[in-house]
Design a protein around this ligand. Sequence first.
Ligand code: SF4
Length: 332
Amino acid sequence: MIIASPIEFAAKPHQPAPVLPADARWSVAAVEALFALPFLDLLFRAQRVHREHFTAGEVQRSTLLSIKTGGCSEDCGYCSQAARYSTGLERERLMPLDEVLEQARAARANGSSRFCMGAAWRSPKDKDLDAVIDMVREVKKLGLETCVTLGMLNDGQAEKLADAGLDYYNHNVDTAPDYYPEITTTHTLQDRLDTIDKVRAAGIHVCSGGIVGMGENQTTRAGLIAQLANMETPPESVPINNLVPIPGTPLADGATLDPFDFVRTIAVARITMPTSYVRLSAGREQMNDELQALCFMAGANSIFSGERLLTTHNADAGNDARLFERLDLVSI
Ligand code: SF4
């Protein structure tokens, strides 16, 4: 549902636009107007909104582990794990509990507060869900928050995860509604929204975001952000991913996004979802320190740490430590 914003944003050079109330809803046009602000005005405004709701310099860190890799029946055009694409990825079975716990302990030792477990399934079978539920219970005992991403949930599955104490469920909307069929055809956006509704109804926090750099234009990026910001309760966690092109996938050879448009997307997410954690996610390994600093300035306050993001490389842990020190950032 798109609801007109009560305030129009005429971009006035060197004058920051007025701050919207936190509960205002966003039209795509209003979000596009934010994207069109002069870059420094947009960053200034995003930073101001950020400081109204969060402590500047505090960055939440999550570690993401692939607990079941490859062989997925779906056709998401960006994904290395879709069985139909020749990406060279080895298909793996569900990881045993002791290996998961070993990785979770390492994540905790490296400063992560949340441990995210991802499985490449269209939907989890009930016996697989039971195994994941054991993982959730045991990881929580380590004092970590838990998040899982398992695909679409059937009736009753979200409640089982909630009973196990799951803190977050990740299910990205990926892109704007009208662009979704360009990226995926084996399920619909509505299927994904239905799962997000089930997660919400079960009382689990929602982690949902999207991917930019998939050949979309600025209106599409505005449509993605409006869709997230207009959810009845916006996601508590909003990962913004920059496409990492995977050879063998349909999106392997697309044009690269202007890095400043990535920063703009972060800033617009921050302004439109002022109380959400906005996570600088996939693509961080390809960013230099200066670009990451701009993302933090634009309101990103969450990252993935660890060597891998499911199947792609992530930013180097040593470099992250140096970057946090140089920028006076604090892990939470
Ligand atoms: S559903 Fe998930 S794992 Fe499967 S192809 Fe899509 S993004 Fe990849």
